[in-house]
Write a protein that binds this ligand. Structure first.
Ligand code: TYM
Length: 358
């Protein structure tokens, strides 16, 4: 499949290109991505990750392995959560993914903590990484500010090692993610390369980042300088995929905009209004150039946006409610956890032999 034709950007740091071109090992294509169980995903997760994933799932050839992990271990990297909350967040995220079109028959959808091999590989990768490099990553720098010096959880620093282990445990070759994950993906490529070089092996592929060109970064409704996110910005800064029609209308009408008259698309001078147009374009799949907005006031834009989002999310909300009532999610997690473990067990045996544990 020609992914570029489908609007995807494939990236891989050029520093690894020599090692890749001289590699003699063929690694079968395996798609892997992860999402934190923050409960219900927001439109940033939806357009940056979930929707592209379902598109890929429905287009790549049937033999290609596709794996999607609900990364519950990452969810405690900022500190512990109440156990019931974490359990319920994982359940809700899994149900949301299926409601959005992830097909558990086609995608091996599993819970990270069901596969203990990942944590073991993360430890191994830690021996190849320096704390100073991890501490320079922008996401670490930003999040550590929430803590007093000396109180920063270790998990926040080692977060990218666990992310790299997620991907490498399954020898995944391709990682579809939003733009905000690029730094972690670079680090992951570096670790795969360092491992292969240190142990004189080609056991790991150097994974490629796959990002859909359009809507790779959805911005906050309250502060368009920032990305839409669960961990900051407050409830009104994001729309979650099970939000009611009333809540969608309220969040859209209260979204940041300006009083500069009729709607124009001008990212430099009218970022907030342009952000809403970008979101409208993401929801309706109409390029900005085809949206007839020249006669719209900012309120018209907000109302049209709310209407379009509600239309898009209605069937998802309904499917989510159905799944919540059935026992299907627990069954899928149980079966798929076992299937993921089988693959991980085989790969970790090989890795442990290379390292000298076996
Ligand atoms: P997470 O849980 O923050 O986000 C999940 C996916 O959603 C994308 N995303 C966005 N895309 C566009 N605009 C936004 N505002 C936005 N917010 C989130 C993210 O890019 C991501 O694709 N570290 C990862 C989880 C992870 C992972 C992995 C990903 C753990 N292990 C292995 C890939 C492979 C994270 O925190 O994503």
């Amino acid at each position: 499949m020609n992914l570029i034709k489908y609007g995807y950007r494939i990236s891989q740091s050029s520093q690894f290109s020599r090692s890749i071109s001289s590699s003699t090992t063929h690694h079968p294509t395996i798609y892997f991505t992860g999402i934190q169980p923050t409960g219900i995903p927001h439109l940033g997760n939806f357009f940056g990750s979930i929707e592209p994933w379902t598109e890929l799932q429905n287009t790549v050839d049937k033999e290609t392995q596709m794996m999607l992990s609900v990364v519950d271990q990452h969810a405690i990297s900022l500190g512990p959560l109440p156990a019931d909350q974490l359990r319920s967040n994982t359940h809700q995220m899994t149900a949301s993914l299926i409601a959005c079109g992830v097909d558990p028959k086609r995608t091996l959808l599993f819970r990270q903590s069901d596969v203990p091999h990942i944590a073991q590989l993360s430890w191994i990768l830690g021996s190849l990484q320096t704390t100073s490099k991890l501490a320079r990553l922008p996401q670490y720098k930003e999040k550590q500010q929430r803590f007093k010096k000396g109180d920063i959880p270790v998990g926040l620093l080692t977060y990218p090692l666990l992310q790299a282990a997620d991907v490498l445990t399954f020898k995944a070759t391709t990682v579809p993610v939003g733009e905000d994950q690029s730094q972690h993906l670079n680090l992951l490529g570096g670790l795969a390369y360092a491992f292969n070089k240190t142990y004189n092996t080609e056991i790991f592929p150097i994974p490629k980042q796959l990002t859909r060109e359009s809507h790779a970064r959805i911005r906050s409704l309250r502060d368009p300088e920032k990305k839409m996110s669960k961990s900051s910005g407050g409830e009104r800064s994001r729309i979650e995929i099970t939000d009611s029609r009333e809540s969608i209308i309220e969040k859209c009408t209260k979204a940041q905009s300006d009083n500069a008259g009729k709607v124009t698309y001008d990212k430099e001078n009218r970022l907030a209004v342009s952000n809403l147009l970008d979101l409208y374009s993401a929801v309706t799949k109409m390029p900005i150039s085809e949206i007839q907005f020249s006669e719209w006031t900012t309120l018209d834009l907000k109302m049209n946006l709310a209407e379009a989002i509600d239309k898009k999310l209605k069937p998802i909300r309904e499917k989510f409610d159905e799944l919540q009532k059935s026992g299907e999610v627990d069954k899928i997690l149980l079966e798929n956890g076992e299937a993921a473990c089988e693959i991980a067990e085989k790969n970790l045996k090989e890795i442990r032999r290379v390292v000298g544990f076996l």
